[in-house]
Design a protein around this ligand. Structure first.
Ligand code: NCD
Length: 309
């Protein structure tokens, strides 16, 4: 059977194009499964998975949980807010305690960049990074690319613009790596204060004019302004941000072509995207959420195949 080239999913940076292909082919199968009347397979009946969320999450946490349940794995859930982390326990201690309950796979979201890599070196379990600070969010990028592939037939050769707060976004970085690996062209668009200084070194062009960026692209992936990661002001006001970088129906209707609009969620309606765009037939936002379950099932399934049983 085909195998992933990696032992953990820590970031898209560590994957190759064959890995992405394999994940998508496996996800195609699971997408068919989750649309059956009985949406479940017994594949991981002997596997235990811990979902460790040290940072808030709605979609990602629910999506991983559902993916694990659809594969028949046993799961345990942990949210930092309700745990002994607040009592001063270290990450390794928390995780080792959980692992002594015989856990095979850890899905972790953490505020620190590199938390997943650190953990993979110190504990004996498969690690899946569900978002590490401003760094990477690999399963989000995989489900984004999978959704583009579903909508447009392939990712190769497509032009994708990522709009918004690139500086604080782990979704942006993982998307850049994933899209380039599949042969897409990527631009970013947003206020210059929210674009990382060295973005050109990733082979990404910057377009600060939203209209021009949208005229160029096939797909716009729109990001939320991540206020919780900002300790200074990066732009004068939300109203000005919306005027310059908000996606509304008027700007889309004036393009003379129909682009695809995506958003990883959570949406701030009326800020980076208006409701009439988010809820329109150009938007694949809810398809992304549906595909997230199939893609996460694929990642978990493929990593579990490497576990000696
Ligand atoms: C994103 C995240 O947490 O990185 N959301 C998600 O996982 N769907 C983006 C965000 O919070 O804006």
């Amino acid at each position: 059977m085909d195998q992933l080239s990696v032992e953990h999913l820590l970031g898209i940076k560590y994957l190759n194009a064959n890995d992405i292909d394999l994940i998508f082919k496996t996800a195609d199968h699971f997408k068919e499964v989750i649309n059956r009347p009985i949406k479940k397979v017994p594949s991981l009946r002997d596997i235990t998975i811990a979902n460790l969320f040290f940072e808030n999450s709605t979609r990602t946490k629910l999506s991983f949980e559902l993916a694990e349940k659809r594969l028949s794995a046993d799961i345990i859930n942990f949210s930092a807010g309700q745990s002994s982390v607040k009592k001063g326990e270290t990450l390794i201690d928390t995780v080792n305690n959980i692992l002594s309950m015989k856990v095979d796979i850890v899905v972790m979201r953490h505020g620190n960049v590199g938390a997943g890599v650190f953990l993979s070196k110190h504990v004996n379990a498969k690690i899946i990074n569900a978002g590490d600070g401003t760094h990477e969010h690999p399963t989000q990028a995989l489900l984004d690319s999978y959704s583009i592939r579903e909508k447009l037939g392939s990712v190769k050769g497509k032009k994708i613009v990522i709009v918004g707060d690139i500086l604080h976004s782990r979704v942006a970085l993982s998307n850049i790596f994933a899209l380039q690996l599949q042969g897409a062209q990527v631009k970013v668009c947003g206020p210059t204060t929210l674009i990382p200084k060295h973005i050109a070194s990733l082979g990404v062009e910057v377009e600060t004019n939203l209209k021009k960026a949208l005229e160029w692209c096939d797909v716009a992936n729109v990001l939320r302004v991540q206020h919780e990661r900002m300790d200074i002001k990066y732009f004068p006001s939300t109203r000005e941000y919306t005027q310059l970088f908000g996606i509304n129906k008027e700007i889309l209707d004036n393009l003379g072509k129909k682009i695809v609009v995506m958003h990883p969620g959570p949406i701030n309606r009326g800020v980076e995207i208006t409701s009439d765009v988010a809820d329109s037939d150009q938007s694949i936002i809810l398809n992304q959420v549906e595909n997230g379950v199939a893609v996460r099932m694929a990642v978990i399934y493929l990593l579990a195949q490497q576990i000696k049983r």
